[in-house]
Design a protein around this ligand. Structure first.
Ligand SMILES: [Fe+2]
Length: 500
C-alpha cells in the first residue's frame, strides 16, 4: 500500500501545505492587503475581521490569529436565541454528561437518536465529556451520523472548542469561512473554535458517520519528537489547509457575494437548485455554547471571505501518511509513538496532555522474543477508541453497514430505516486505572508465534485503523452513552469478538 489513501471520493479543492506555518490565501486577486493588516479602506471594498485563537501575547510558535477580508462583517445578525425542541433539532438535555463507571465499557450496535434523516447539526450525539467548556477545560466526545447535507443557508460553529473530526465511514464536504475541504474516511479534519462551517455529503450522498473530539482547552499541535529527530509520525508538510473561498464575484472592483435569490441557479455549497429556490436570502447561524445550541439569522452568506492570512485555520490530514515508528529488535514500546496530534496541558508539566489523538494503523512487527500485543495495563489516561474504516471499497462490511448499502441512491439521500445507525459502532472506553489487555485467545496465539519472521499486522480486515482519544480527565458519559454501553466487556467472549 502506498503511503497515502487511494480515496474513492476525489477532492476537487486545492490546499496549502504545512501545519503551523503562517499562511495566506486569496480567492479574489488582491484581496489581502500588502503590509498593513487593517487598511483604512481594504482592497475590493472588503471589511477587515480578525479571529484570535490564542492570547495576543502567546509565544510566537503557539500564537494563532487570522485576519479575514470579507464582504460583510459577521457583526450584522439578529439576536442569538436558544434552539428549542420545537425547532426540530432534538433536545439538548440528551447531551448532559453525568455517569462515571469504574468498568471498561464498549458500544456495539447502537442506533443514533433522532428518527429519519440527520445532518451535521441534529446528527451529533454527545458520548461523554470531561472538564467544562465554560472553564475552558477538558474535552467532549461526540459521535455523528450524517445522512443528508445541512439545510440550505445554514452554518454551524462551536464556541466551546476546536473540533477534531474523524469520519469512520463516508465523506464530508466542509465549507468554512477560510475555505473548502473534503474530508473522507481515513482522513481527519480540525476546525478551529468559532469558525463557521457548513457540512454537506459527498460521494454519491453515502451517509457519513464518525467521531468528534471537541477540545475546550488550547489547541491540537504536533507532538515533540525528541530523540526521533526532525521527521516521523505525522509530518507537518502532509497537513492540508484550505484556500480562500468567496461565494460571490468581483463586480467593478468590488467583492460582491451571491445572494442566492431565485434567479440564481448556480450550485452553491451543496444546495440543490430547488433549495436555492425557496429563498428569502437569509442565513441561519447555529452555535454551540456550553453544549447548548443557539441560533440567529443574517442577511448575507458567512462564506464571503475573499482573502485571509494568519496561523488560525482549519486543516486536514490523510492518516495513511502517518509515518509509523516502532520496535526494530525487541520489546513493546509506549503507544505515545502513535500520537498524531496532541493538546498539551502546559500547566500540568512536560509531556502531559488534555487530549492526545493517536492511530494504530496496519504496520510491520519485527520485535524478537516479544509479545506482539500490548501487555496488561492500567494507565493514568482514559482511552476512548474506535475503528476507522480505511478500506474505501463500499462492499467492505463496515461500509456496507454505514446505512447507505454501500453507495448510493443516485444523488438522493438514503432515508432507509437504518440509515442513521452505526453498524457496528464498536467504540470503547478504558477509564484510568481500569485494567485491560489481550484476550486469552489472542494471547495464546501470540505466545506461540515465531517472532523471528517479520509480519504485517492490522490489515487483516482489509484496512482498519484503530484511533484513540486519550484524555487526562475521566470521561463522564451521557445517559445515552451509559445506557447503550456494555460494561466490563472483556469478561465476555462475545463482546470481545465485536472489538476485532
Ligand atoms: Fe490501553
Amino acid at each position: 500500500m502506498p503511503p497515502h489513501t487511494d480515496f474513492a471520493v476525489k477532492d476537487p479543492y486545492t490546499y496549502l501545505h504545512g501545519l503551523g506555518n503562517y499562511h495566506s490565501s486569496e480567492a479574489l486577486p488582491g484581496a489581502v492587503p500588502l503590509v498593513n493588516n487593517s487598511p483604512q479602506i481594504p482592497p475590493l471594498n472588503l471589511r477587515t475581521e480578525r479571529i484570535s485563537g490564542t492570547a495576543f501575547t502567546a509565544d510566537r510558535d503557539k500564537n494563532k490569529q487570522t485576519f479575514l477580508y470579507r464582504a460583510n462583517p459577521s457583526l450584522e445578525h439578529s439576536e442569538f436565541v436558544p434552539l428549542d425542541v420545537s425547532s426540530g433539532y432534538g433536545p439538548d438535555s440528551a447531551n448532559v454528561p453525568r455517569h462515571l463507571n469504574p468498568n471498561s465499557v464498549m458500544w456495539g450496535d447502537v442506533p443514533v437518536p433522532g428518527a429519519g434523516a440527520t445532518h451535521w447539526i441534529n446528527g451529533q450525539q454527545l458520548v461523554g465529556a470531561n472538564g467544562e467548556p465554560q472553564r475552558k477545560e477538558g474535552i467532549a466526545v461526540w459521535l455523528f451520523s450524517v445522512t443528508e447535507s445541512m439545510p440550505p443557508r445554514h452554518a454551524f460553529a462551536s464556541l466551546d472548542g476546536e473540533l477534531l473530526v474523524v469520519p469512520q465511514s463516508g465523506s464530508l464536504d466542509i465549507t468554512t469561512e477560510l475555505g473548502r475541504l473534503v474530508v473522507r474516511q481515513n482522513e481527519i479534519a480540525v476546525i478551529p473554535r468559532g469558525v463557521r462551517h457548513r457540512v454537506a455529503l459527498v460521494g454519491e450522498q453515502r451517509p457519513c458517520r464518525g467521531y468528534i473530539c471537541e477540545l475546550f482547552q488550547g489547541h491540537f499541535q504536533l507532538p515533540a519528537l525528541g530523540v526521533l529527530g526532525s521527521t516521523g509520525l505525522a509530518n507537518a508538510r502532509d497537513f492540508e489547509i484550505p484556500t480562500a473561498y468567496f461565494d460571490g464575484e468581483l463586480v467593478e472592483g468590488r467583492a460582491v457575494p451571491h445572494h442566492h435569490h431565485h434567479h440564481d441557479h448556480n450550485h452553491h455549497i451543496g444546495n440543490t437548485a430547488e433549495e436555492d429556490d425557496k429563498d428569502d436570502g437569509r442565513w441561519t447561524i447555529i452555535v454551540r455554547l456550553a453544549t447548548r445550541r443557539w441560533h440567529c439569522t443574517q442577511p448575507h452568506t458567512p462564506f464571503d471571505v475573499a482573502g485571509w492570512h494568519g496561523t488560525c485555520y482549519p486543516y486536514k490530514y490523510d492518516l495513511a501518511k502517518f509515518c509509523v515508528m516502532g520496535n526494530l529488535l525487541f520489546d513493546e514500546h509506549d503507544p505515545s509513538l502513535f500520537t498524531v496530534l496532541s493538546a498539551p496541558n502546559h500547566a500540568a508539566g512536560p509531556g502531559t496532555a488534555v487530549a492526545d489523538f493517536a492511530v494504530i494503523p496496519p504496520r510491520y512487527m519485527v520485535a524478537e522474543q516479544t509479545l506482539w500485543l500490548p501487555y496488561f495495563h492500567r494507565n493514568t489516561m482514559q482511552e476512548f477508541f474506535a475503528p476507522i474504516v480505511s478500506a474505501q471499497d463500499p462492499r467492505h462490511p463496515f461500509n456496507q453497514n454505514a446505512g447507505g448499502g454501500g453507495g448510493g441512491g443516485g444523488g438522493n439521500n438514503n432515508k432507509s430505516s437504518n440509515s442513521n445507525r452505526f453498524l457496528p459502532f464498536t467504540a470503547g472506553l478504558h477509564g484510568a486505572m481500569s485494567t485491560h489487555g489481550p484476550a486469552q485467545q489472542e494471547l495464546r496465539a501470540m505466545r506461540a508465534l515465531d517472532t523471528t519472521i517479520p509480519r504485517k499486522v492490522g490489515d487483516e480486515l482489509g484496512g482498519v485503523t484503530v484511533f484513540l482519544f486519550e484524555t487526562e480527565r475521566p470521561l463522564v458519559l451521557t445517559d445515552w452513552a451509559y445506557e447503550h454501553a456494555v460494561k466490563n466487556p472483556q469478561a465476555t467472549a462475545k463482546a470481545r469478538a465485536a472489538k476485532m
